[in-house]
Write a new protein. Structure first.
Length: 157
């Protein structure tokens, strides 16, 4: 009986050690980026209503942090090399009216990124929220999210 109890204890400690060594689930930053609401505010300069974001606590914690995202490249301005990463493929992305503004992020790449529009790509970089702070203003001509210093992401790093 003592031998069975000893074998059980060894087995249980082995399984708990192997469970602790498993890699943790990857953070899905796209889900966190849904923590935003858009409100129309009157702009006296343009005499129009501008849509301004109100970011939730989860997203605010990520501002200035390094993140990684998997999605599809949507070319925004080929003459200036501007690109957007979309959570969804081109046929169902934000610009086609099938998703919300939280499902796209503007890419500011360190080096040119080679891509195919129909193939997903993983990128990492520093997340910047397009919002008014002490040192910058909200820019209505940019997306809600900006991925600065973007490079290819490989989970094997």
């Amino acid at each position: 009986m003592k031998h069975i109890a000893l074998i059980c204890m060894i087995f249980m400690s082995f399984t708990s050690l192997t469970h602790a060594q498993r890699p943790k689930a990857k953070t899905n930053y796209w889900d966190i980026m849904t923590d935003v609401s858009i409100k129309a505010k009157f702009n006296p300069v343009t005499e129009n209503f501008d849509n301004t974001p109100t970011f939730g606590k989860k997203v605010l914690k990520l501002d200035g942090k390094k993140i990684f995202l998997k999605g599809f490249i949507i070319p925004a301005d080929l003459t200036k090399g501007r690109m957007t990463l979309s959570k969804f493929s081109y046929s169902s992305c934000y610009f086609c009216g099938a998703a919300g503004p939280e499902s796209v992020i503007e890419i500011v790449a360190k080096n040119p990124i080679i891509y195919r529009m129909d193939k997903p790509i993983s990128l990492e970089g520093t997340l910047r929220l397009n919002r008014s702070t002490e040192d910058r203003e909200y820019d209505p001509f940019r997306l809600l999210y900006i991925l600065e210093d973007a490079t290819y992401y490989s989970p094997e790093k």
